[in-house]
Write a protein that binds this ligand. Structure first.
Ligand SMILES: C[S@@+](CC[C@H](N)C(=O)[O-])C[C@H]1O[C@@H](n2cnc3c(N)ncnc32)[C@H](O)[C@@H]1O
Length: 190
């Protein structure tokens, strides 16, 4: 299991916005090694990490990341995109959903957005902060965002010092093309 270039860029975005994080309810989906969620927790957010409930190994990696970073208060739950599980139903309203490099398989895109939509019903102001590695110019979220009543703002990498091959001493971003998106409910006036 790796830390993906997207995770470094999203962690940098969180660091840039660290003053807004204390007390915020933050859920990371498809967390894997969980660098962004760990960063949010270190900045004072109330973080829940999640990965597929069908991949216990990945959930174990999430738990190990919490342990290694001395964050016993961070919960880890199984949350498979597009599945309405007991754990999803029981989640309290979230302020921010983190998603680093989860848009890598077009057939999963709608499942991810349905999970986000479900969380928007609990809090219409919830925002999805997501980094996306451009792997094919043919892939687009636009039609799905329209279908699920969501809007998307592209955040330029230079606006949070992430337009570099090395970020925070990590060479992972390298020459990969990574985009930062903030997705929210289209009818939210904010
Ligand atoms: C490319 S990795 C990104 C991991 C991490 N977010 C990062 O950027 O380092 C994709 C992650 O999505 C998780 N995943 C894959 N399919 C999933 C599904 N159907 N539901 C929930 N998580 C899933 C994988 O277990 C993996 O942790």
């Amino acid at each position: 299991m790796y830390v993906w270039p997207c995770a470094v860029v999203l962690a940098q975005y969180l660091w840039f916005h660290r003053r807004s994080l204390p007390g915020k309810a933050v859920l990371e989906i498809g967390a894997g090694v969980s660098l962004p969620g760990i960063m949010a927790a270190k900045c004072g957010a109330e973080v829940i990490l999640s990965d597929s409930s069908e991949l216990p190994y990945c959930l174990e990696i999430c738990r190990q990341s919490c342990e290694m970073n001395n964050l016993p208060q961070v919960r880890v739950i199984g949350l498979t995109w597009g599945h309405v599980s007991q754990d999803l139903l029981a989640l309290p309203p979230q302020d921010i959903i983190l998603a680093s490099d989860v848009f890598f398989e077009p057939e999963d895109f709608e499942d991810i957005l349905t999970t986000v939509y479900f969380l928007m019903q609990k809090n219409p102001k919830v925002q999805l902060w997501s980094t996306y590695q451009v792997r094919s110019a043919d892939w687009s979220l636009e039609a799905l965002l329209y279908k699920w009543d969501m809007k998307c703002v592209h955040i330029p990498l230079e606006s949070f010092d992430a337009d570099k091959e090395d970020i925070a001493e990590s060479a992972l971003p390298g020459r990969h093309t990574v985009e930062m998106l903030v997705i929210s409910f289209a009818k939210d006036s904010l």
